[in-house]
Design a protein around this ligand. Structure first.
Ligand SMILES: [Zn+2]
Length: 386
């Protein structure tokens, strides 16, 4: 992450933990917080006082019942203490959201963007961010997500064929021009971060998010930490082999996950067989829903590929749940039986089946995930050396 975090108060490890607890789990009494964080009442009092002094935590209007004695005043995060800008970078446009600290979307825009040449593209991204700062001076950090391997500990987009970028120090360029701390992250991991703190997996310490649609990816949380992997390459499951025979993907693999499951591959196969060159993904799912033979086969094969991926990731990471998300998620209810059956074939025989859930998905979720990454990095960077 690029520098400049003076605008955000310094935090101790303990105060960050208390703040995160309140963010993820909502208002809590001092006694409850002390118990959850294994702190003495005296330490907790000190922590809450510094958080209150810096405006990050306030006394809630609600009270919480106590096991003994009077109901106690709850503490809660002042969600407007800092606002975040999250951006999902695509080949032809950016999706931008402005959120509060609990990831409530305060504003959303889509802006056309030519990513090549680079300088005008960076100018355009910068202008979009500064326009948000102009209407909302509480904006304190920026997160930018994009597809492919991205190392959030680096400023650099090393290789992004779909943007036409090689070795672009995106986080540094944006930070220099906006004066805001800026972090970059893989889009699927950013979405996973949003589910981890504020979504379907809020508070879960071990879970997996699998996304399907234009891209196939997964985000893994183990021991409450999002796994980035070496140089940010974790979760690139799109080309894992599913069957030795099968369609070809765009990289020439026969029967890989993308060849069955990418929305473009599914539409391509169905449109060819049905002689419908203009077929859309929504129409394909609707035809499968009506029981049309070709569409049903394409969707069931995709379900088999998805079940295989979930089984593999589950066998390796032992999550408490698997969440399926992404713009392609609309086909999953039609084939949940196939997905579940195949996943349990691939998982270890002695391990109980892991629950599989479908997340509600709207396209704004990608940018919202980037805003959550901005917040997480801001809190990480705010920790002062003891
Ligand atoms: Zn492939």
């Amino acid at each position: 992450m690029s520098e400049r975090t003076e605008s955000f108060p310094a935090l101790s490890e303990g105060s960050r933990a208390a703040l995160v607890r309140l963010l993820v789990h909502g208002p809590a009494s001092r006694a409850d917080l002390a118990r959850r964080l294994r702190l003495s009442p005296a330490s907790l009092t000190r922590i809450v006082r510094t958080l209150e002094d810096s405006g990050l935590v306030v006394e809630s209007e609600t009270t919480v019942p106590q096991r003994m004695g009077r109901p106690s005043q709850a503490m809660e995060v002042n969600v407007d203490a800092v606002h975040l800008v999250g951006i999902k970078l695509l080949a032809g446009e950016i999706n931008l959201v402005r959120t509060d600290m609990r990831s409530t979307v305060l504003g959303h825009r889509t802006i056309p963007l030519q990513t090549v040449p680079l300088d005008p593209a960076i100018d355009r991204i910068t202008e979009a961010i500064l326009a948000e700062v102009a209407v909302d001076p509480a904006v304190g950090a920026v997160g930018i997500s994009l597809a492919g391997p991205v190392d959030p500990s680096s400023d650099m987009v090393t290789h992004s064929p779909f943007l036409g970028w090689e070795d672009v120090p995106l986080a540094r360029l944006v930070s220099e021009r906006t004066g805001l701390p800026t972090v970059i992250e893989n889009d699927v991991r950013a979405l996973t971060a949003a589910e981890h703190w504020f979504g379907a997996a809020a508070g879960a310490t071990d879970f997996v998010l699998v996304t399907i649609g234009a891209g196939i990816g997964c985000g893994v949380v183990i021991g409450d930490r999002l796994v980035d992997g070496n140089t940010g390459g974790a979760g690139q499951i799109g080309h894992l082999p599913i069957t030795p025979s099968g369609p070809l993907c765009e990289r020439g693999h026969r029967g890989c996950a993308r060849s069955y499951l990418a929305s473009s591959a599914m539409v391509g196969q169905a449109s060819m067989a049905l002689h419908r060159p203009d077929l859309t993904y929504a129409e394909l799912v609707s035809l499968a829903h009506q029981g049309e033979r070709v569409a049903s086969r394409v969707v069931r094969d995709a379900g088999y590929a998805l079940g295989t991926l979930i089984g593999l990731v589950t066998a390796i990471t032992a999550p408490s749940k698997v969440i399926i998300s992404g713009e392609g998620v609309t086909m999953v209810p039609l084939v949940m039986d196939v997905v579940q059956e195949r996943a349990s074939e691939v998982e270890h025989w002695a391990v109980p089946d892991v629950p599989i859930e479908i997340a509600e998905f709207g396209f704004v979720e990608w940018a919202r995930g980037a805003a959550v990454i901005a917040l997480q990095q801001l809190l990480e960077a705010a920790i002062s050396p003891a």
